[in-house]
Design a protein around this ligand. Sequence first.
Ligand SMILES: Nc1ncnc2c1ncn2[C@@H]1O[C@H](COP(=O)(O)OP(=O)(O)OP(=O)(O)O)[C@@H](O)[C@H]1O
Ligand SMILES: [Mg+2]
Length: 368
Amino acid sequence: MARMSAAPAAALGIDLRVLATSRQESAAQVVSDVCLGAHDDEHAVLAFADGCDVVTFDHEHVPGPILEKLEARGVAVRPGPRALVNAQDKAIMRRTLEGVGAPVPAWRIVESSAHAQDFAETVGYPFIVKTSRGGYDGKGVWRVESASHLDAVMSQPLPPGAVWLAEAAVPFTQELSAQVARSPSGQTAAYPVVRTVQTEGICSEVVAPAPGLDPDRAVEAQRIALDIAGALDVTGMLAVEMFDTGHEIFVNELAMRPHNSGHWTIEGAITSQFENHLRAVLDLPLGSPNAREPAAVMVNILGGDVGDLYSAYRHVFARDPGVKVHLYGKEVRPGRKVGHVTAVGSDPQSLLLRARHAADYFSGAINE
Ligand SMILES: Nc1ncnc2c1ncn2[C@@H]1O[C@H](COP(=O)(O)OP(=O)(O)OP(=O)(O)O)[C@@H](O)[C@H]1O
Ligand SMILES: [Mg+2]
């Protein structure tokens, strides 16, 4: 995410400094001002922030106490720690969302599998068990099918500071993401609501706008995201992941940074999520979030058995000059997100076929 912020920062003449653990990290390869250090090392973060006008994030794992220390030193931290904790801890997030009246699935903090079994009596099997902290890409989320499965899931160790959450399994027809940008002055911009598709817990595809989404429900999703951004005093980009059951919308979780569901905006929107994140955290007027074309699709490139992704360029570019490729400079490992392909136009179905073809060629799933 930080790497994809480098292009709009360069265009706008904004100096980016990156905190990275090595020069080989994705963003450190393309940003000249790199501070080496870990995001959970207080000394490293304080030294990094020295001389920065604003500190922001491309993930939510910087510990809250470090961010509070930064704020106490007068550094502008955007989003601030009180907002960000809702993207760090799903139990805090659920409680906050309920407090602001956002629609959430039935949920409960459960201390033991016996306690979770009580919850199962009310919602039935299958239901969802998650760790409140430390999960990503579907790690830390289980669809629990039976009492013995529940015992097996909850016998695993919890990540530090985490609790177990039980949630009703929402019978969604599609998953949505509603992204908004919000500045400290309170200006907001809402992007078109998109469909996200997860495969084995990892986001695989995004279609903008979400196909078949009732226009009133799309506005409702944008309204929910704007309300959350305001109520939580979010600054920067906010992604609200949602479930659409065809009748109702429920909020799944929040991300307070550029998000995979918004990569399509680089080519597909007047202002990308990366540019609007920069504008928002710097308290500059926001750019238009409107789409340039009737449809845009994004397909993630997952690591496969092709180590040298560059070697695929000749074929992919020659076959379809209309698709746009982004590689992240990450070492290829099976299943890891190493890049994405975007296609914009009018028919989402044909755009998807083209973008999937390119992504499959990069991952080695096809060879022609
Ligand atoms: N209550 C629920 N009902 C139905 N499906 C759910 C529920 N909670 C999670 N899921 C499914 O599991 C996926 C991952 O859940 P969640 O977004 O909470 O985890 P994550 O690992 O933090 O995700 P991310 O990859 O966005 O970081 C969701 O996208 C959805 O497909
Ligand atoms: Mg998620």
